[in-house]
Design a protein around this ligand. Structure first.
Ligand SMILES: Nc1ncnc2c1ncn2[C@@H]1O[C@H](COP(=O)(O)OP(=O)(O)OP(=O)(O)O)[C@@H](O)[C@H]1O
Length: 254
């Protein structure tokens, strides 16, 4: 069997006094878009931070592309775009990306490739401070795509975007996956589930479903992901999803 891009076993994470995860496990296959979905505060950002190796207080097994999460050798193979755009306001879009490209050792001219990918060619010469919030976030996303990383981790990349831009970004994520990249995309908007190949549904630090969009709808008998998520939660509340119980591909707590 092909090695999973991300393999998590008995993961425990403490943040301050709070236990955010108390023994979760799952695998993320290569070349797919996995949606990490769940309500605000359920642990999405904490899990993404653990996967990219920047979260403190982590215990358990966490393998990324065959290495321990956060290993030095993963620096250029794994990209992470946080919720808050981390870009320089007083530089233009192209200057920002040229700077990050040099820092990463990305190929010459890679900034223009990623500017085109995120649809910011017309804004390339504009200073970031003059962009809209959604455009700023796309600069951050473009930075994550520099150097063609194998694993791309995106924390709520579509938040605050209009429906047209959202659809364009999901089309981009699908294109990157079709070219072989593995994407993990978090969202608290359940409708975004339908764009993903796989879903990890989180609630209060527990994986309540590790499934596909079609299995989620089929197993709950619901038509839309929001209702399906609520049905899964209702099932979890009845004791079907035990805390820390490792779930298998396609399994839904119901
Ligand atoms: N620095 C911190 N110290 C202590 N607890 C924290 C810290 N950051 C987050 N938490 C707690 O950890 C839990 C998970 O937070 P996390 O940010 O991972 O959730 P999330 O699903 O990404 O939420 P959102 O969708 O609102 O970004 C929450 O209960 C939160 O209060």
């Amino acid at each position: 069997m092909e090695q999973a891009t991300v393999l998590v076993r008995d993961l425990k994470v403490r943040r301050g006094r709070k236990t955010v995860f108390d023994g979760i496990g799952f695998e993320i296959p290569r070349g797919e878009v996995t949606g990490l979905l769940g309500p605000s505060g359920c642990g999405k950002t904490t899990l993404l931070r653990a996967i990219v190796g920047v979260q403190a207080g982590v215990q358990g097994e966490l393998q990324v592309l065959g290495e321990s999460a956060g290993s030095r050798s993963l620096r250029t193979r794994v990209a992470y775009a946080t919720q808050a755009a981390s870009v320089y306001d007083d530089l233009s879009v192209r200057q920002n990306l040229a700077f990050f490209a040099r820092a990463l050792g990305a190929p010459r001219g890679d900034e223009d490739r990623v500017i085109d990918l995120v649809g910011l060619r017309d804004q390339a010469k504009q200073r970031v401070e003059a962009l809209s919030g959604g455009q700023r976030n796309r600069v951050s996303l473009a930075a994550a795509l520099l150097g063609s990383p194998e694993l791309i981790v995106l924390d709520e990349p579509t938040v605050g975007l209009d429906p047209v831009l959202r659809a364009e970004l999901w089309a981009l994520f699908r294109k990157l996956a079709s070219e072989g990249a593995t994407l993990i995309v978090s969202s608290h908007v359940m409708d975004e589930a339908l764009h993903c190949d796989r879903l990890l549904l989180l609630r209060e630090g527990e994986i309540v479903a590790d499934t596909t969009p079609s299995n989620l709808l089929e197993s709950t008998g619901e038509r839309d992901p929001e209702a399906a998520f609520l049905a899964v939660i209702a099932g979890a509340g009845s004791g079907a999803a035990m805390p820390g119980h490792p779930r298998h591909a396609g399994e839904v707590a119901s």
